[in-house]
Design a protein around this ligand. Structure first.
Ligand code: IPE
Ligand code: IPE
Ligand code: MG
Length: 235
């Protein structure tokens, strides 16, 4: 049993940008732009509430299957987002980290990511983890390969491979597991997000599309979480 007053780590599936735009007769791109604005709301809510980590699902491994034009717009938006966030994150004492197969991103995005990660490395109020080109199955497969390599060189023996070993080889090795998962736009699925790490997370599904999800919605989700009784299989 554990006291679940405030989550240490919140994970968010920021879904519904396209539907938000469609409902307004706007191109999907406009929805993504509005969605980027909502990130600030979530970050500010975390800072107010004393949450230490927030992981934002921004682009999944499967999102590479979208039309080229949409991918292009998303990558451009990511680059612009990072250009403005450097300053804001420094002012707010926020550290930026990433998970996912980020080597697949365009060079211009990777350069901006590296820049902001480096700039904000010593910030300590909140860690914002962007999941980019991220898939839970891909992450577990990559970790398995790295473990297998160590076994084959003798650095690890097969009997030493425990759940801790696996966790240490995931992209999230340095972060605690999320306590709370928020998904917007009323969808009840994981869509390949943090499959390993969400084993015992509490789920909160909001009917709102991500661009409409504001600071007070985030607070409501955390308040709902604080009323949960987490048992972790015990009594
Ligand atoms: C989430 O919004 C953002 C990304 C997946 C990049 P969507 O683009 O999935 O919006 P909907 O689900 O089509 O409304
Ligand atoms: C999940 O949303 C991925 C992100 C929010 C980045 P999707 O819109 O891609 O998921 P599905 O297709 O509805 O499962
Ligand atoms: Mg979607």
């Amino acid at each position: 049993m554990s006291d679940s007053a405030t989550p240490r780590h919140v994970a968010v599936i920021m879904d519904g940008n396209g539907r938000w735009a469609q409902a307004r007769g706007l191109p999907r791109k406009a929805g993504h732009r509005a969605g980027a604005e909502s990130v600030r709301e979530a970050v500010d809510a975390c800072l107010d509430l004393g949450i230490e980590f927030i992981t934002l699902y921004a682009f999944s491994s499967e999102n590479w299957n979208r039309p080229e034009k949409e991918i292009e717009a998303l990558m451009k938006l990511l680059e612009q987002f990072l250009k403005t966030k450097g300053k804001e994150f420094m002012k707010k004492n926020v550290r930026l980290r990433t998970i996912g197969q980020t080597h697949l991103l365009p060079d211009s995005c990777r350069a901006q990511l590296a820049k902001v990660e480096k700039e904000t490395a010593n910030n300590s109020a909140l860690t914002v983890i962007l999941a980019l080109s991220y898939g839970g199955r891909e992450e577990i497969a990559d970790a398995s390969r790295r473990i297998a390599e160590k076994v084959s060189t003798g650095e690890l023996s097969p009997e030493d491979v425990t759940k801790e070993t696996v966790a240490q080889h995931l992209d999230t090795a340095e972060f605690p597991d999320p306590d709370l998962l928020i998904r917007t736009s009323g969808e009840f699925r994981l869509s390949n997000f943090l499959l390993w790490q969400l084993s015992y997370a509490e789920f909160f599904i909001s009917e709102k599309n991500w661009p409409d999800f504001n600071k007070s919605d985030f607070r409501d989700a955390v308040e709902d979480y604080s009323r949960r009784h987490r048992r972790f299989g015990g009594l």
